[in-house]
Structures are given as C-alpha cells and as structure tokens.
Design a protein around this ligand. Structure first.
Ligand SMILES: Nc1nc2c(ncn2[C@@H]2O[C@H](COP(=O)(O)OP(=O)(O)OP(=O)(O)O)[C@@H](O)[C@H]2O)c(=O)[nH]1
Ligand SMILES: [Mg+2]
Length: 453
C-alpha cells in the first residue's frame, strides 16, 4: 500500500544517506523540494503538501547534530512526525448503546463489504452480534450480497417481510426496518445503502430522508482510496448534506496514492476510522496515525504485522520463540515454523503490505522459493536443523539433501545464509519491542539485509 510515495521517499533519502554530520541548508532545500514533488505526485492536496513541507523544514532546521544519526534518518524522523501531525489525533471507534450506523458512498466504493467487516469487528470487540440490513433497492443482487456475507460470518441480517413498490422501496424499507429493530431492542444496527455512479441530488435527497427516518448515531462515508483527489470533493459534498461522523477508506491494498487519505483528514477534520486492505472479512484496520505515517513513508508497519501474527501464533510459542531469538539461537526448526505461520497469515503478498518498501523492492524471495526451502529443511536430519553449519561445511550432506528435496546445493547454501541473517535480525527484533521511530527505520534496513538479492 502507498508504494509509490514510499518508493519516492526512499530514493530521496538514499541520496542523503551518504552524508554524515549536520544537514546543510542547501541539502535541506533540495530534499524538501523533492519531497514536495513526491507529495503532489501522490495526489496530496496543494495546501496539505505545503503544510507538511513547512513542518518538515521547521523541525529539521532546529535539529541539533545527534551522534549516530545521519541526515537521511533525521529527515525520515521529521517527515514521520510531520505526517503524524497532518493525520491528526486518533479517534477511537467507540460503539455506543443502540448504535445505528449508516454507511454511505459512491457505487462500488465497498459499502456492502465494509458493512460486513464492520459488523465482524464490532462482534469481536463487544462479543455481541450486531444486526445488518440493506437499503439498496437499486441493484437486485445487492441485498442478497449482504445476506450471504452475514450468513458466512455469523452476523444477524434483517430480512424483509414483504416486497416493496419499487418507487418508494428505500423509504418504506427504512420504516419497516427501524420499527422492527426498535421492537427488538437491538444493541447495534448497521445500514448499508445504495451507491450511485456520481453525486446527484436525487441520491442525496433520498439519503437525507433515510437519515430522518432511522436517526443514525453515526453516518460513515466509505471511500475507495484509489479515486485520488476527487475523494475530497465527494467527502465534502456528503459531509455538507449528511453531517458525517467519519470516513472509512477501502482498497488501500491496491497501489493506492496516499493523497486522498492525507488530504481529507487535514482539510475536513473528519476522523478516519478504518482502512480496508483487502476483500476478506478481517481486512479492516483501525486507523492509527503513527502506523499509517510509517506505511506512507515506506517504513512498513511492523507493529501491526506483529499484532496480526499474534492472532495466528499461540502466545506461549511466541514468548518461547522470543527468548530463543534474543539469544540468537533460532534454528531451522524455527525457520520452518515461521514459513508455516507465514502461510497461515496469508503468505508473502499479505506480509509485504506491512514491510518497508525497501525490503519488498529488494526481496529475492517468492512463494515458490519458500516451498523449496521447506522441502530442503524437511530433508535434513534433526541434528542438521539445529546446527545448519554441519551442512554448510559438508558437500556430501548438501548433495544428499539436494537429492532428497529435489533442489540444488546452491539453494541449500542460500537457505543457510538466509538462516544466519534471520537469526541476526530476529535478535535485534526481539530486543526492539517498542523502539523509537529511528530504531524502526534501522529495523527496516536490517530486514532488507535478510531478504536482499
Ligand atoms: N481489494 C479490495 N477490494 C475491495 C475492498 N473493499 C471492497 N472491495 C471489492 O470492491 C468491490 C465492490 O464492493 P462492494 O462492497 O460491493 O461495494 P458497494 O459500495 O457496496 O457497491 P454498490 O452497492 O454497487 O454501490 C467488490 O468486489 C469488493 O470485494 C478492499 O478493501 N480491497
Ligand atoms: Mg453495496
């Protein structure tokens, strides 16, 4: 996600990375000019780009020389801080009692998918089941789509008692639903609405009427992050008419430009509640400014990745692994386990969303290669897995393993080298926990050494 801006930041900073000591005013000017161009190319609104540039400049000019910190690291740190300021304070998504959430947005923005994701999120958080209903009478399959999603994910779905006259269907349905839900004393209801290809008055009028009827506690605009600059105009229009509570961005897993996300938050002062990064039910991430700023800068989001991993890895295992990692003692059994967790988490495509751009760009690793590595590890004896150096030093062992796993001795060497790098990185990782942003930047570089070509 946000790859292009992350890539540009990386190449801008690479030019600086050879310089030591304090940054000169000339270098700063040049770098800031380049950052400005990168921001504008990523569809960041002009006002927002200027605000951000000013923040970076102010922070950088006042910066003292810090030992062991290069100008590139300093600019990265200051850009991260400026981005966090632009993204603003975080707004926790609180679920009130008798919550009525109405999702609105353009056609295909991801409202229906997001309704289910949000229901699932609320269910996980509160351990209570919300009820979802569809007010989409324009597309015949729309209600069926939500119904199926609810069924698949154990969410309650409000089904109609009668077919409606097409003309007033939406309003009649809203009336019927709100009455039924009031009788049931629901704890949380999520209303999915129909989208339109572009903003038009009829659509807005209908939404205003629906709003009057169902009296939502939150109206949330669902925006496709790929639409770029126009997102601001759309959000503004919806906000003026419906008084939005906040925004959810979808499709941030595509090659999304960061511009819309940065600009809307700054220009409309509306909270961004979530970013959706895929079609699966739990591809809904709470919007945390610190982490999003890291992702936008191409520094990856290791903290989110670790959290996601902890849902897959049993807690006891991860503690034991951490202790082993701290001692620099990860063996090939552990590497094999990591490959399996990687698969469970959604494989390389999933993981790479959270890794620093530099790591992803330099990676010489593929799903196919991981499979080959797995076969190699499985062809080793227990002793060899614990002490890969036995294999490294013995041609006959390598030939035996290559034959057994249908691979080559070259690939075995590659795995052994990678294992060495993984244990070194894991050792740093285990120590780092809640390090400073500078540590995270360095962590990205360390990770890049593990997988580099
Ligand atoms: N990659 C990706 N696809 C998404 C995401 N969110 C939604 N989609 C896909 O986008 C398409 C449209 O999603 P819907 O949820 O049907 O969109 P909608 O806003 O309800 O569309 P209408 O009801 O027609 O207005 C579907 O194919 C979804 O699977 C996301 O975060 N990432
Ligand atoms: Mg829909």
């Amino acid at each position: 996600m946000f790859n292009s801006l992350g890539n540009q930041f990386n190449s801008i900073l690479k030019k600086l990375s050879f310089k030591g000591g304090a940054i000169t005013e000339n270098d700063l000017d040049q770098t800031i000019r380049e950052i400005r161009v990168a921001l504008l190319e990523s569809d960041v609104n002009l006002k927002v780009a200027s605000a951000m540039i000013n923040l970076i400049r102010q922070k950088s000019l006042g910066e003292k020389i810090i030992q062991n910190v290069s100008p590139a690291e300093m600019i990265m740190k200051n850009s991260h801080e400026a981005l966090k300021e632009i993204l603003g304070a975080e707004h926790e998504f609180k679920i009130e009692n008798e919550e009525r959430i109405m999702l609105v947005g353009l056609q295909g923005a991801g409202k229906t998918t997001t309704a289910a994701k949000l229901g699932h999120f609320i269910q996980n958080k509160t351990k209570k089941t919300p009820i979802l209903s569809s007010l989409d009478y324009y597309r015949p399959a729309a209600r069926e789509q939500l119904k199926i999603l609810c069924k698949k994910n154990n969410l309650d779905y409000y089904d109609y008692t009668s077919e409606k006259d097409q003309k007033n269907a939406v309003i009649e349905t809203a009336k019927e639903q709100i009455k039924a839900l009031q009788d049931k004393k629901y704890f949380c209801a999520i209303f999915d609405t129909a989208g339109r290809t572009s903003i038009n008055d009829d659509m807005m009028q209908e939404l205003i009427e629906v709003k009057k009827l169902i009296k939502p506690t939150k109206i949330i605009l669902v925006v496709d992050a790929m639409i770029g600059k126009t997102a601001i105009e759309i959000a503004k229009h919806f906000h003026e008419n419906l008084d939005l509570a906040g925004i959810i961005f979808t499709k941030t897993d595509s090659d999304t430009k960061a511009g819309a996300i940065l600009s809307i938050r700054h220009l409309l002062s509306l909270p961004i509640y979530f970013l959706c990064s895929g079609e699966k039910i739990d591809d809904l991430d709470e919007f945390l400014a610190e982490r999003v700023a890291q992702r936008i800068l191409g520094m990856g989001d290791i903290a989110s990745l670790v959290e996601k991993a902890s849902n897959v890895i049993p807690n006891d295992d991860s503690d034991a692994l951490k202790e082993k990692a701290k001692r620099g003692e990860l063996d090939l059994f552990d590497v094999l386990e990591q490959f399996r967790f990687l698969k469970k988490m959604g494989g390389l495509p999933f993981i790479s969303k959270f890794l620093p751009t530099e790591v992803v760009n330099n990676a010489n690793i593929s799903e196919k290669k991981i499979k080959q590595f797995e076969a190699i590890i499985l062809s080793m004896t227990k002793k060899e897995r614990v002490s890969p150096s036995l294999v490294a030093q013995s041609g006959s062992r390598k030939r035996r393993i290559a034959k057994g796993s249908g691979s080559t001795t070259m690939l075995i060497d590659e795995l052994i080298t990678m294992h060495g790098r993984i244990s070194a990185m894991a050792q740093q990782f285990a120590m780092f926990d809640k390090g400073s942003i500078m540590d995270k930047f360095k962590m990205g570089q360390a990770m890049s050494n593990v997988v580099k070509k």
